[in-house]
Ligand binder design. Structure first.
Ligand SMILES: NC(=O)c1ccc[n+]([C@@H]2O[C@H](COP(=O)([O-])OP(=O)(O)OC[C@H]3O[C@@H](n4cnc5c(N)ncnc54)[C@H](OP(=O)(O)O)[C@@H]3O)[C@@H](O)[C@H]2O)c1
Length: 346
């Protein structure tokens, strides 16, 4: 409420010097699929970000403060499931930062964060990890967030998107925004994708069916918060609490685990662990034939990962980048564009 805010923030009433800057970090995520979105749910997500930022924008117009920083989120850039309303609210902040900047406010900026590890809103929003994995990005630690923020201060655009990118393997669902960063990653086939461990030419059909089923059960159980053994492989998953957002997360995890592109209707048409397992086996069969033909030149699917590939899978590049950025900032060259801190408009 603008009137109340004006009274509360009056420097005289606060007995403080005049306000030098604004940091807007209010927000909620109600969550839910667009088809189920009610007006109340939409308003709940919009109120703190839209009404809140507009109130502050009016109280502190361009020119009246040194900085006007808005905490936004990558929900819109990543197309995160169940975050349609939240993405809209954050897109408003991004536009407001641009608007203020155009109005002569150099300190106006929206910072679109991924998830802050185990902190605040993201810690309570379900399914984020698998969604991030699918597009090849990670969350940020507080230290990384601070370093990215420091770097952002030297970036020209008013809207800065912070995305730690995992370039050790190509993502299942690459984002056009990050295409350039994955251009030099090894192609999926050459990288001996995750599916390879489920292939064994010595078995009938070339696919390790039991292992596939166990992996499907593990993924489903993890999403349901159960032990693998507790999941009845023949029972419809909807009966044990699998709802639409969880189903989507399971599909993404299956895509990652088996290096497959799977349809959105997967869990609808294959409602049990057993049915999902059978579908994965069928999907892997062509790769099994290919693998058998390439056998002499390919590493054994059972071979332990080499030290080098183990190191690659944990090297997210972001830590090194931030170290570099911190050094750059100290040297006063923070305005250099970085590949992993992606700057974007809108
Ligand atoms: N944590 C993350 O991983 C993450 C990722 C991306 C973006 N962000 C953004 O970063 C900001 C801070 O997030 P957080 O994780 O620190 O969230 P948080 O711990 O849940 O804090 C959100 C704050 O917003 C306030 N708030 C909610 N609705 C409000 C309203 N209508 N009017 C005034 N204040 C309201 C809450 O106040 P009460 O406690 O009094 O309700 C709370 O202090 C948010 O804008 C969020 O969208 C966070």
């Amino acid at each position: 409420d603008e009137k109340q805010a004006r009274v509360l923030l009056d420097p005289d009433a606060l007995e403080m010097p005049p306000m030098r800057g604004v940091l807007h970090a209010a927000g909620v995520i109600t969550g839910g699929m667009l088809a189920d979105l009610t007006r109340d749910a939409l308003e709940a997500d919009l109120r703190p970000k839209v009404a809140g930022s507009v109130t502050l924008h009016r109280l502190y117009p361009p020119g009246s403060v040194d900085f006007f920083v808005l905490f936004s989120a990558v929900a819109a850039q990543l197309g995160l499931t169940g975050q349609g309303a939240y993405a809209t609210a954050n897109a408003f902040l991004d536009a407001l930062a641009e608007h203020r900047r155009a109005d002569g406010c150099p300190g106006a900026r929206s910072l679109a964060w991924p998830a802050w590890r185990e902190t605040g809103l993201a810690a309570t929003a379900g399914g984020l990890e698998s969604e991030f994995e699918a597009v090849g990005v990670r969350d940020v630690t507080e230290r990384q967030a601070m370093a990215a923020w420091r770097h952002a201060r030297g970036c020209a655009p008013a809207h800065v998107v912070v995305l730690p990118v995992d370039r050790s393997r190509p993502p299942a669902r690459p984002l056009p925004l990050l295409e350039r960063l994955f251009a030099q990653a090894p192609p999926r086939e050459a990288a001996d994708g995750p599916a390879a461990r489920f292939l064994d030419p010595s078995r009938p059909g070339g696919v390790c069916e039991e292992e596939v089923l166990a992996e499907v059960a593990r993924i489903v159980a993890a999403e349901l918060g159960l032990a693998s053994a507790a999941v009845d492989r023949s029972r419809p998953l909807a009966e044990v609490g699998m709802e639409s957002i969880m189903a989507l997360a399971v599909r993404r995890r299956l895509e990652q685990a088996f290096a497959l592109a799977l349809p959105a209707t997967l869990l609808w048409n294959h409602p049990t662990v057993r049915a999902l397992g059978a579908r994965m086996v069928a999907e892997l069969a062509p790769a099994a034939v290919e693998s058998a033909q390439d056998e002499p030149s390919r590493p054994s699917p059972r071979a332990a990962p080499s030290v080098e590939s183990e190191a690659m899978s944990t090297d997210l590049g972001f830590d090194a980048l931030l170290d570099e950025l911190e050094a750059d900032t100290t040297a006063g060259t923070a305005s250099r564009t970085s590949a992993d801190v992606t700057e974007g408009r809108g």
